[in-house]
Design a protein around this ligand. Structure first.
Ligand code: ADE
Ligand code: ZN
Length: 351
């Protein structure tokens, strides 16, 4: 009897925490639109474009989504993206993600896209950017979810290739807020992209980059000192270097942390050992994000739910994380303040 009462109290506590997370207003700052491509939608678009994919069922796809490292995942991720051909495909992919944002109380999102993955297959830059940005405009109107776009350079390709895509992006500059750097980190340090980042900054883009996901703290130093980035995607390996931690705090640069991505890609073996709480205790500004939700087993709310459980995060911790997501977004100061106030009043009413 006592045991079942304890059990019931525990279940209620879990449900209440889940409700708190679901209703918490938040922003998502680290999301690859190609990584939001759910298997069912991939089948649908592959079928209408008459493209063969090496999987017959959703179960076969899910079985293939077991990764030993980042490269393992990237090989499958690029294969999935290859069924996207028409503007409508990019629109549908993006709008599906934005609908999930609305369902999760994600009020603002900063979406990365990898144009080179598509232009290298002969798809026009215009097709990609038009499909994605039309979906963003419709989501603002219909769902009240705002978004900015981050054009990511693929770091396994050359800087010369990055320059070509930067050039192609310029007629659409008004639709793109920032540049990012993603794909295979090891052996492709940020310094490889020094000149193209300088040119992107000159063109008006805000510099961001993945650094320290698999790469060492040296890569993060390069990203902040050479590429002059304003936000670090992942950044887990900053914990290898105390001076770097101090510098990141001093410069008030946030880390976009992705818990379920970290376990899926074996960056962290067990969520219980995830360094997120340690980062917060050190004074680092961190946010919670999904990275590639269709591949890593959960949308942003699931990331909140699982990391809360693994690290026993308090409601106050969660509110800080949600406030960070607005404060370290690329939104104007007045908008940030509005959302932070909203999180504060949500916390006051639900604590
Ligand atoms: N592209 C998509 N997801 C990525 C990740 N987690 N790291 C680097 N490149 C990526
Ligand atoms: Zn990422």
């Amino acid at each position: 009897m006592i045991e079942s009462k304890i059990c019931l109290a525990l279940v209620l506590k879990i449900i209440k925490m889940k409700n708190f997370i679901e209703n918490l207003p938040k922003a998502e700052l680290h999301l690859h639109i190609e990584g939001s491509f759910e298997p069912a939608q991939m089948f649908e678009i592959a079928k209408r474009n008459k493209i063969e994919i090496p999987f017959k069922t959703v179960e076969e796809i899910e079985k293939a989504y077991k990764f030993d490292c980042l490269q393992d995942f990237l090989d499958i991720y690029y294969q999935g993206a290859s069924v996207l051909i028409h503007e409508q495909d990019f629109y549908d992919l993006t709008y599906s993600y934005l609908k999930k944002c609305a369902d999760q109380n994600v009020r603002h999102t900063e979406i990365m896209f990898d144009p080179q993955t598509h232009t290298d297959r002969g798809i026009a830059f215009k097709t990609v950017i038009t499909g994605i940005s039309k979906a963003c405009e419709d989501a603002q109107k219909n769902l009240n979810v705002s978004s900015y776009l981050i054009m990511s350079f693929l770091r396994h390709l050359s800087e010369e290739e990055a320059f070509k895509i930067l050039e192609q992006s310029l007629p659409f500059k008004e639709k793109i807020k920032a540049v990012g750097l993603d794909s295979s980190e090891m052996g492709n340090p940020p310094s490889k992209f020094k000149n193209v980042y300088a040119a992107a900054i000159k063109a008006g883009y805000i510099p961001l980059a993945h650094a320290g996901e698999e790469g060492s703290s040296d890569y993060i130093w390069e990203a902040i000192d050479i590429l002059k980035i304003k936000r670090i995607d992942h950044g887990n390996n900053c914990l290898q270097d105390n001076n770097l931690i101090k510098e990141i705090i001093k410069r008030d640069i946030a880390l976009t942390v992705c818990p379920l991505s970290n376990t899926a890609l074996q960056v962290v073996k067990d969520l219980k050992n995830h360094p997120l709480k340690k980062m917060m205790n050190l004074g680092l500004k961190v946010t919670i994000n999904s990275d590639d939700p269709a591949y890593f087993g959960g949308q942003v709310n699931q990331n909140y739910v699982e990391i809360q459980k693994a690290l026993d995060l308090s409601r106050e911790n969660l509110a800080v994380l949600a406030k960070n997501s607005f404060n370290y977004s690329l939104l104007p100061t007045s908008k940030k303040a509005e959302y932070i106030k909203l999180v504060d009043s949500f916390f006051d009413n639900n604590n």
